[in-house]
Design a protein around this ligand. Sequence first.
Ligand code: COA
Length: 260
Amino acid sequence: MMTEFISTTEDDGVLRLRFNRPEKKNAITAAMYADLADGLESAASRPSVRAVLFESNGDIFTAGNDIADFMAGDSAMDDPHQTPPVMRFLFGLASAEKPLVAAVQGGAVGVGVTMLLHCDLVYASNKATFHTPFVDLALVPEAASSMLLPHFAGHQRAAEMLLAGKKIDAERAQDFGFVNEVVAPDVLEETALTAVRALADKAPSAIRLTKSLMKPNRDAVIAKMKEEGQHFAAQLSSAEFREAGMAFMQKRKADFSKLD
Ligand code: COA
């Protein structure tokens, strides 16, 4: 199933997966996660694909998970009988053997940030911002970010993002260790394309083996994703989340003062 909201093209050994729902700030629905997961699976199975590039249309990279989907319960992360599309995408990121590159041209929120922790090269425009307001939505981090972000940035800087929900700019994201290079908006696409094509031209087995050697803890990453997913699903049915979700829809600040 392909939606028009993820555009998928193959270009010189590079599979380009582009968020294309700008009117909703590229918020990701279950159907879009399914497309992204299918894209990663097709990259894994087709020898002609040597690397993947994530990119985005509009003024924002992605506003993260579609909050209306969260409220409808479409993204439940703990269904024992099937793997929901979001988890298929996250497992696909964690187990990708081919290089993943991202070009972040604007705001990245929630999974828009946590997916970057699985990319090998991340380029950001100087307009990009990075925001993980999970706790502000009464949720918990996902995509193993509760493990990977402290690993990249150290506990206290990770706490600034994951506990305090502070939005950071591209330079600070580079300082935190999950952005390679910050460039002017008009050269971002070219910079990312040059980098991903250079990877796509290299010896494929050497690239895959090297990436795999650099990521010895894949099983631990997937276990952390599952652990986070259980808490995430439980929070989605909590009174805290009902208040946070309603507040987002009503464009007001959430009031947690009456909850224990
Ligand atoms: N889920 C569902 N819809 C979303 C969305 C999301 N995550 N993010 C934005 N949208 C929708 C808005 O509801 C709005 O829809 P409408 O035009 O039908 O009212 C439209 O996209 C435009 O968003 P808007 O908030 O008006 O744009 P903005 O430029 O003022 O702000 C953001 C952009 C990203 C800062 C803001 O939309 C935002 O904070 N979104 C929520 C991000 C979030 O918390 N994601 C979950 C992380 S776990």
